[in-house]
Design a protein around this ligand. Structure first.
Ligand code: PAY
Ligand code: ZN
Length: 305
Protein backbone atom coordinates (compact mmCIF):
# COMPACT_ATOMS: atom_id res chain seq x y z
CA UNK A 1 0.00 0.00 0.00
CA UNK A 2 1.27 3.44 -0.84
CA UNK A 3 -1.32 5.53 1.01
CA UNK A 4 -2.85 5.57 4.47
CA UNK A 5 -5.23 8.50 4.83
CA UNK A 6 -3.55 11.76 3.80
CA UNK A 7 -0.11 10.24 4.06
CA UNK A 8 1.89 8.47 1.39
CA UNK A 9 5.39 7.37 0.39
CA UNK A 10 5.65 9.14 -2.96
CA UNK A 11 7.21 12.23 -1.39
CA UNK A 12 9.03 13.22 1.77
CA UNK A 13 6.94 14.69 4.59
CA UNK A 14 7.78 17.45 7.02
CA UNK A 15 7.67 17.00 10.80
CA UNK A 16 4.13 18.33 11.18
CA UNK A 17 2.95 15.94 8.47
CA UNK A 18 4.57 12.97 10.16
CA UNK A 19 3.21 13.91 13.60
CA UNK A 20 -0.31 14.48 12.22
CA UNK A 21 -0.13 11.05 10.60
CA UNK A 22 0.91 9.43 13.89
CA UNK A 23 -2.13 11.07 15.53
CA UNK A 24 -4.36 9.76 12.76
CA UNK A 25 -3.08 6.22 13.35
CA UNK A 26 -4.02 6.38 17.03
CA UNK A 27 -7.52 7.44 15.98
CA UNK A 28 -7.83 4.84 13.26
CA UNK A 29 -6.42 1.92 15.29
CA UNK A 30 -7.39 2.81 18.88
CA UNK A 31 -6.92 -0.74 20.17
CA UNK A 32 -3.46 -1.11 18.66
CA UNK A 33 -1.75 2.28 18.37
CA UNK A 34 -1.08 4.88 21.03
CA UNK A 35 0.98 8.03 20.64
CA UNK A 36 3.96 8.42 22.92
CA UNK A 37 6.36 11.22 23.76
CA UNK A 38 9.93 9.97 23.98
CA UNK A 39 11.54 13.25 24.90
CA UNK A 40 11.93 16.89 24.07
CA UNK A 41 14.16 19.15 22.02
CA UNK A 42 16.25 22.27 22.52
CA UNK A 43 13.71 24.37 20.62
CA UNK A 44 10.84 22.99 22.69
CA UNK A 45 9.42 20.36 20.39
CA UNK A 46 8.39 16.87 21.42
CA UNK A 47 10.08 13.71 20.18
CA UNK A 48 6.92 11.89 19.25
CA UNK A 49 6.32 8.29 18.32
CA UNK A 50 3.79 5.52 18.52
CA UNK A 51 3.54 2.32 20.43
CA UNK A 52 2.03 -0.54 18.46
CA UNK A 53 0.67 -3.42 20.50
CA UNK A 54 -1.48 -6.29 19.27
CA UNK A 55 -1.79 -7.88 22.70
CA UNK A 56 -0.24 -8.20 26.16
CA UNK A 57 2.95 -9.89 27.27
CA UNK A 58 5.25 -9.18 24.32
CA UNK A 59 8.89 -8.22 24.21
CA UNK A 60 9.60 -4.76 22.79
CA UNK A 61 11.39 -3.76 19.59
CA UNK A 62 12.58 -0.15 19.52
CA UNK A 63 12.90 1.64 16.18
CA UNK A 64 14.52 5.06 15.78
CA UNK A 65 14.82 7.17 12.68
CA UNK A 66 16.03 10.62 11.80
CA UNK A 67 18.72 11.12 14.43
CA UNK A 68 20.63 12.82 11.60
CA UNK A 69 18.42 15.51 10.15
CA UNK A 70 19.44 15.33 6.49
CA UNK A 71 18.94 11.57 6.16
CA UNK A 72 15.37 11.98 4.96
CA UNK A 73 14.97 8.41 3.76
CA UNK A 74 15.20 7.29 7.40
CA UNK A 75 11.91 8.75 8.73
CA UNK A 76 10.27 7.82 5.42
CA UNK A 77 11.37 4.19 5.78
CA UNK A 78 10.41 3.99 9.46
CA UNK A 79 6.90 5.26 8.69
CA UNK A 80 6.70 2.82 5.75
CA UNK A 81 7.49 -0.14 8.01
CA UNK A 82 5.07 1.10 10.66
CA UNK A 83 2.32 1.35 8.06
CA UNK A 84 2.95 -2.16 6.76
CA UNK A 85 2.82 -3.58 10.27
CA UNK A 86 -0.63 -2.03 10.65
CA UNK A 87 -2.04 -2.80 7.20
CA UNK A 88 -0.26 -5.75 5.58
CA UNK A 89 -2.17 -8.99 5.10
CA UNK A 90 0.99 -10.94 4.29
CA UNK A 91 1.10 -13.79 6.84
CA UNK A 92 4.85 -13.52 7.48
CA UNK A 93 4.70 -9.77 8.04
CA UNK A 94 1.64 -10.16 10.28
CA UNK A 95 3.35 -12.81 12.41
CA UNK A 96 6.43 -10.63 12.88
CA UNK A 97 4.38 -7.50 13.59
CA UNK A 98 2.34 -9.32 16.19
CA UNK A 99 5.37 -10.97 17.82
CA UNK A 100 6.43 -7.74 19.56
CA UNK A 101 5.30 -4.49 21.01
CA UNK A 102 6.87 -1.81 18.83
CA UNK A 103 8.09 1.61 19.74
CA UNK A 104 8.45 3.67 16.57
CA UNK A 105 10.15 7.07 16.68
CA UNK A 106 10.47 8.24 13.06
CA UNK A 107 12.33 11.48 13.79
CA UNK A 108 14.35 11.70 17.01
CA UNK A 109 16.09 14.98 16.02
CA UNK A 110 13.02 17.09 15.25
CA UNK A 111 14.73 20.52 15.49
CA UNK A 112 17.31 19.40 12.98
CA UNK A 113 14.69 17.87 10.70
CA UNK A 114 12.65 21.08 10.68
CA UNK A 115 15.86 23.04 9.97
CA UNK A 116 16.59 20.87 6.90
CA UNK A 117 13.64 22.56 5.22
CA UNK A 118 15.94 25.63 5.05
CA UNK A 119 19.38 24.02 5.06
CA UNK A 120 18.95 20.62 3.46
CA UNK A 121 22.35 19.26 4.53
CA UNK A 122 21.94 19.94 8.28
CA UNK A 123 22.95 16.88 10.37
CA UNK A 124 23.14 17.88 14.03
CA UNK A 125 20.88 19.24 16.76
CA UNK A 126 20.22 23.00 16.95
CA UNK A 127 21.56 23.93 20.38
CA UNK A 128 23.96 26.88 20.12
CA UNK A 129 27.59 26.36 21.06
CA UNK A 130 30.36 28.95 21.07
CA UNK A 131 30.75 29.66 17.37
CA UNK A 132 28.38 27.16 15.85
CA UNK A 133 25.12 25.30 16.27
CA UNK A 134 24.44 21.77 17.25
CA UNK A 135 26.06 18.57 18.41
CA UNK A 136 26.01 15.28 16.56
CA UNK A 137 23.29 13.37 18.42
CA UNK A 138 24.84 10.09 17.29
CA UNK A 139 28.07 10.97 19.12
CA UNK A 140 26.39 12.16 22.33
CA UNK A 141 25.18 8.96 24.07
CA UNK A 142 26.81 7.95 27.32
CA UNK A 143 28.67 4.80 26.36
CA UNK A 144 32.37 5.26 25.59
CA UNK A 145 31.56 8.90 24.87
CA UNK A 146 34.42 10.60 22.96
CA UNK A 147 36.28 7.33 22.49
CA UNK A 148 37.13 7.78 18.83
CA UNK A 149 35.51 9.08 15.66
CA UNK A 150 34.04 12.11 17.39
CA UNK A 151 35.14 15.72 17.67
CA UNK A 152 35.43 18.16 20.57
CA UNK A 153 35.31 21.12 18.15
CA UNK A 154 31.83 22.63 18.23
CA UNK A 155 31.74 23.39 14.51
CA UNK A 156 32.53 19.84 13.45
CA UNK A 157 29.81 17.69 11.90
CA UNK A 158 30.73 15.02 14.46
CA UNK A 159 30.92 17.32 17.50
CA UNK A 160 30.13 15.00 20.41
CA UNK A 161 28.60 17.74 22.57
CA UNK A 162 30.05 19.36 25.69
CA UNK A 163 29.56 16.14 27.67
CA UNK A 164 27.69 12.88 27.27
CA UNK A 165 23.97 13.62 27.01
CA UNK A 166 24.59 17.38 26.70
CA UNK A 167 21.74 17.35 24.16
CA UNK A 168 18.26 17.30 25.65
CA UNK A 169 17.15 15.08 22.75
CA UNK A 170 19.50 12.21 23.63
CA UNK A 171 19.19 12.74 27.37
CA UNK A 172 15.40 12.76 27.45
CA UNK A 173 15.05 9.90 24.96
CA UNK A 174 17.54 7.81 26.93
CA UNK A 175 15.53 8.42 30.10
CA UNK A 176 12.38 7.33 28.30
CA UNK A 177 14.19 4.29 26.96
CA UNK A 178 15.37 3.35 30.45
CA UNK A 179 11.74 3.07 31.58
CA UNK A 180 11.00 0.39 28.94
CA UNK A 181 14.48 -1.13 28.51
CA UNK A 182 13.88 -4.23 30.60
CA UNK A 183 11.35 -5.46 28.03
CA UNK A 184 13.36 -4.48 24.93
CA UNK A 185 15.21 -7.21 23.05
CA UNK A 186 15.68 -5.60 19.63
CA UNK A 187 17.03 -2.11 18.86
CA UNK A 188 17.14 -0.81 15.29
CA UNK A 189 18.47 2.59 14.19
CA UNK A 190 17.98 3.91 10.66
CA UNK A 191 20.40 6.24 8.88
CA UNK A 192 21.51 6.90 5.33
CA UNK A 193 23.49 6.44 3.20
CA UNK A 194 25.96 3.61 2.30
CA UNK A 195 23.86 0.40 2.27
CA UNK A 196 25.26 -1.15 5.41
CA UNK A 197 23.97 -3.20 8.29
CA UNK A 198 26.19 -2.09 11.13
CA UNK A 199 26.88 -4.17 14.23
CA UNK A 200 28.05 -2.62 17.52
CA UNK A 201 30.40 -1.44 18.81
CA UNK A 202 31.68 1.70 17.06
CA UNK A 203 34.00 3.03 19.75
CA UNK A 204 37.77 2.66 19.57
CA UNK A 205 37.92 0.20 22.47
CA UNK A 206 37.94 -2.81 20.12
CA UNK A 207 34.92 -4.21 21.94
CA UNK A 208 32.67 -6.67 20.13
CA UNK A 209 29.36 -7.93 21.49
CA UNK A 210 29.35 -11.36 23.16
CA UNK A 211 26.98 -12.50 20.41
CA UNK A 212 29.02 -11.00 17.57
CA UNK A 213 28.74 -14.22 15.55
CA UNK A 214 24.98 -14.29 15.96
CA UNK A 215 24.73 -10.62 14.96
CA UNK A 216 26.79 -11.32 11.82
CA UNK A 217 24.71 -14.38 10.94
CA UNK A 218 21.39 -12.58 11.36
CA UNK A 219 22.72 -9.44 9.68
CA UNK A 220 23.83 -11.44 6.64
CA UNK A 221 20.47 -13.20 6.49
CA UNK A 222 18.76 -9.79 6.58
CA UNK A 223 21.00 -8.46 3.79
CA UNK A 224 20.16 -11.53 1.70
CA UNK A 225 16.42 -11.02 2.16
CA UNK A 226 16.85 -7.33 1.32
CA UNK A 227 18.78 -8.15 -1.85
CA UNK A 228 16.16 -10.67 -2.98
CA UNK A 229 13.66 -7.85 -3.52
CA UNK A 230 15.48 -5.52 -5.98
CA UNK A 231 19.08 -6.68 -5.99
CA UNK A 232 20.26 -3.93 -3.64
CA UNK A 233 23.57 -4.99 -2.08
CA UNK A 234 24.32 -4.34 1.56
CA UNK A 235 27.55 -4.95 3.45
CA UNK A 236 27.32 -6.33 7.00
CA UNK A 237 29.97 -5.66 9.64
CA UNK A 238 31.02 -4.14 12.91
CA UNK A 239 31.01 -0.35 12.70
CA UNK A 240 34.81 0.28 12.59
CA UNK A 241 35.38 -2.27 9.81
CA UNK A 242 32.32 -1.49 7.73
CA UNK A 243 32.55 2.33 7.90
CA UNK A 244 34.77 3.96 10.53
CA UNK A 245 35.30 4.27 14.28
CA UNK A 246 32.43 6.26 15.80
CA UNK A 247 31.65 6.56 19.53
CA UNK A 248 28.61 7.78 21.40
CA UNK A 249 26.06 6.30 19.02
CA UNK A 250 22.58 5.35 20.15
CA UNK A 251 22.79 1.66 19.24
CA UNK A 252 26.15 1.32 21.01
CA UNK A 253 24.54 2.81 24.10
CA UNK A 254 21.44 0.60 23.94
CA UNK A 255 23.50 -2.57 23.40
CA UNK A 256 26.33 -1.55 25.74
CA UNK A 257 24.43 -0.21 28.75
CA UNK A 258 21.49 -2.62 28.59
CA UNK A 259 23.43 -5.83 28.10
CA UNK A 260 20.34 -8.01 27.80
CA UNK A 261 19.49 -6.26 24.49
CA UNK A 262 21.39 -8.71 22.33
CA UNK A 263 20.08 -7.61 18.95
CA UNK A 264 21.09 -4.08 17.90
CA UNK A 265 21.76 -2.85 14.38
CA UNK A 266 22.25 0.46 12.65
CA UNK A 267 21.06 0.48 9.06
CA UNK A 268 22.65 2.78 6.52
CA UNK A 269 19.94 2.88 3.86
CA UNK A 270 20.21 3.68 0.14
CA UNK A 271 22.17 4.63 -1.81
CA UNK A 272 25.97 4.29 -2.08
CA UNK A 273 26.56 7.94 -2.94
CA UNK A 274 25.08 8.73 -6.33
CA UNK A 275 22.31 10.74 -4.72
CA UNK A 276 23.52 10.36 -1.16
CA UNK A 277 21.27 12.19 1.29
CA UNK A 278 19.15 13.48 -1.62
CA UNK A 279 17.62 10.12 -2.46
CA UNK A 280 14.88 10.75 -5.06
CA UNK A 281 11.35 10.30 -3.68
CA UNK A 282 10.69 7.59 -6.30
CA UNK A 283 13.03 5.42 -4.25
CA UNK A 284 11.12 5.72 -0.96
CA UNK A 285 8.74 2.83 -1.65
CA UNK A 286 11.37 0.40 -3.00
CA UNK A 287 13.64 1.31 -0.09
CA UNK A 288 10.75 0.74 2.29
CA UNK A 289 9.89 -2.62 0.74
CA UNK A 290 13.40 -4.03 0.79
CA UNK A 291 14.13 -2.67 4.28
CA UNK A 292 10.91 -4.19 5.57
CA UNK A 293 12.11 -7.52 4.16
CA UNK A 294 15.33 -7.14 6.17
CA UNK A 295 13.52 -6.20 9.38
CA UNK A 296 11.09 -9.10 8.99
CA UNK A 297 14.05 -11.45 8.46
CA UNK A 298 15.81 -10.17 11.59
CA UNK A 299 12.74 -10.74 13.71
CA UNK A 300 12.10 -14.14 12.17
CA UNK A 301 15.68 -15.19 12.93
CA UNK A 302 15.44 -13.89 16.50
CA UNK A 303 12.05 -15.51 17.05
CA UNK A 304 13.25 -18.90 15.83
CA UNK A 305 16.55 -19.05 17.73
O1 PAY B 1 27.39 4.59 15.05
O2 PAY B 1 26.12 4.34 13.34
C1 PAY B 1 27.17 4.73 13.84
C2 PAY B 1 28.22 5.39 13.01
C3 PAY B 1 27.93 5.45 11.55
C4 PAY B 1 27.15 6.65 11.04
C5 PAY B 1 27.54 7.92 11.78
O3 PAY B 1 28.54 8.58 11.44
O4 PAY B 1 26.82 8.27 12.71
C6 PAY B 1 27.45 6.72 9.56
C7 PAY B 1 27.08 7.98 8.84
C8 PAY B 1 25.70 8.46 9.22
O5 PAY B 1 24.69 7.86 8.85
O6 PAY B 1 25.63 9.47 9.92
C9 PAY B 1 27.20 7.80 7.33
C10 PAY B 1 26.84 9.02 6.54
C11 PAY B 1 27.00 8.81 5.05
C12 PAY B 1 27.70 10.19 6.95
O7 PAY B 1 27.15 11.27 7.18
O8 PAY B 1 28.94 10.05 7.03
ZN1 ZN C 1 23.39 9.20 10.14
Amino acid sequence: KTRNGDFDWTSYHDLDGIYAWLDSLAEKYPNTVSTIVGGKTYEGREIRGVKVSFGPGKKVAFIEGGIHAREWISPATVTYILNEFLTSDNATIRAVAESRDWHFFPSINPDGYVYTQRDRMWRKTRKPYKNCYGADPNRNWDYYWMHGGASSYECSETFAGSEAFSEIETKSLSEYFNTIAKDVDVYLAFHSFSQLILIPFGHAGLEVPENNDELHRIGKAAAESLKNRYGTQYVVGNIPEAIYVASGGSADWARGVHRHIRIAYTFELRDTGRHGFLLPPEQIIPTGEETLDAVVRILNEVNSS
